[in-house]
Design a protein around this ligand. Structure first.
Ligand SMILES: Cc1ncc(COP(=O)(O)O)c(C=O)c1O
Length: 393
């Protein structure tokens, strides 16, 4: 672990990451510095000298990046969104003609990035399912590639792959490995310690967790990769401003507490869904019998709040949303509120019409379970307009 907070537990690290040593008279938490240009001295600005212009660096961003780097165990660069971070992770280290492997079942905008943008710039993009990448890597199928991006657990189907096994193969083949760690968060999984060259996250999700800002980041233990990423960000300009950086750092201080409640709620929700006769295909990597359970227990450090399941059809999901007082329809995940997202409505995922991603919030477990149970009964019980359950199992 890198950084001064490495020996502490998750709660302490979440609060203390990025903080300077205490100075009498200084505020307990770092304040934002709202500036685009900074006063210059009479000599030309030099790298590592005083701040000059906030697109390349600014004090509030340094605090956030120090904090995230400590949690990730590497050097961090923040970006305006998760997609800006993923684009940087791919484009900063590749050139036209390079072979790039992306998940075929991960976040759909990452696939769109490949299809609509990377292809245009002459990258040779291939898509491999999360559960197939380890065998491909072990069989020499990645030889000649420049970059592999994993997403584990994958969004939205929550499949898991063995980062360390893929990292051994990419290292041996001279291929760079990046891992989208959004669902796990840096407290839930440490891709750099497992051998990845980059860990990437949408910090819009659980990391900041209040559904009120967009952020992303890339961390790496490789100085050459860091320099490539920094140059990319300086020139393409995806730098977060001071307010986002400050709010992001403030929000991540409660990550440990939020994840703990989200996971507690997710366990109860996954068990409720698995026991319901009208629901199929329940996935939560910590649910007994889940196809990802054994690997998740070995590779991941703690559970989180994202659960997926299949309801009979679109109408059943609509009835569930209409019946719920707590479970709101919203996309994104990892926030304070419990939400339901019918993924097929976005058109990007290869999932059934009734496939739902449940994001468990931090409300009381008994309340979210009672509200969901009532919603499911009303959505799936024929007496309340649902289809007959007999045909659904
Ligand atoms: C796994 C994953 N990666 C990346 C992103 C993109 O993040 P952002 O919306 O912050 O650009 C998302 C967004 O949902 C995601 O789920």
């Amino acid at each position: 672990m890198s950084g001064p907070s490495g020996e502490w537990g998750d709660g302490t690290r979440s609060v203390r990451a990025g903080e300077d040593p205490a100075v009498p008279g200084a505020p307990l938490r770092p304040s934002p510095v709202f500036a685009a240009p900074f006063h210059l001295a009479d000599s030309p600005p030099r790298a590592g000298g005083a701040d000059a212009y906030a697109r390349t660096e600014h004090p509030t961003l340094r605090v956030l990046e120090t904090a995230l780097g400590e949690l990730d165990g590497g050097r961090c660069l923040s970006f305006a969104t998760g997609m800006a971070a993923i684009s940087a992770a791919v484009l900063a280290v590749t050139a036209a003609g390079d072979r790039v492997v992306l998940p075929s079942d991960g976040y759909y905008a990452t696939r769109l990035l490949g299809r609509e943008e990377l292809d245009r710039f002459g990258l040779r993009v291939e898509y491999v399912p999360t559960t197939a990448i380890e065998a491909l890597a072990a069989g020499g199928g990645l030889d000649g590639a420049r970059l592999v991006l994993l997403e584990t657990p994958s969004n939205p189907t929550l499949d898991v792959c063995d980062i360390a096994a893929v990292a051994r193969a990419t290292r041996a083949a001279g291929v760079l490995l990046a891992v989208d760690n959004t669902t796990a968060t840096p407290l839930g999984q440490r891709p750099l310690a497992l051998g990845a060259d980059m860990t990437v996250g949408s910090d819009t999700k659980a990391l900041t967790g209040h559904s009120d800002l967009l952020l992303g980041h890339v961390s790496t233990g490789d100085d050459a990769v860091y320099d490539r990423l920094k140059g990319w960000r300086d020139r393409t300009g995806g730098t977060p401003g001071p307010f986002e950086a400050w709010l992001g750092h403030r929000s991540m201080a409660t990550l440990d507490l939020r994840l703990a409640r989200q996971a507690e709620n997710a366990r109860a929700v996954a068990e409720l869904l698995a026991a319901h006769p009208g629901v199929t295909g329940v996935r939560w990597p910590w649910l007994a019998g889940d196809p990802s359970a054994e690997l998740a227990a070995r590779q991941m450090l703690r559970p989180n709040g994202v659960v997926s399941a299949v309801l009979p059809d679109e109408a059943a999901v609509a009835r569930l949303v209409a019946a719920g007082r707590l479970w709101a329809a919203a996309t994104s995940f990892g926030g304070l509120h419990s939400t339901v997202d019918r993924r097929a409505q976005w058109g990007g995922d290869d999932v059934p019409a009734g496939f739902v991603r449940f994001s468990c919030g931090i409300e009381d477990t008994a309340d979210v379970v009672a509200d969901l149970a009532a919603g499911l009964d009303s959505a799936l019980d024929p007496a309340h307009g649902g289809p007959a359950l007999g045909g659904l199992r």
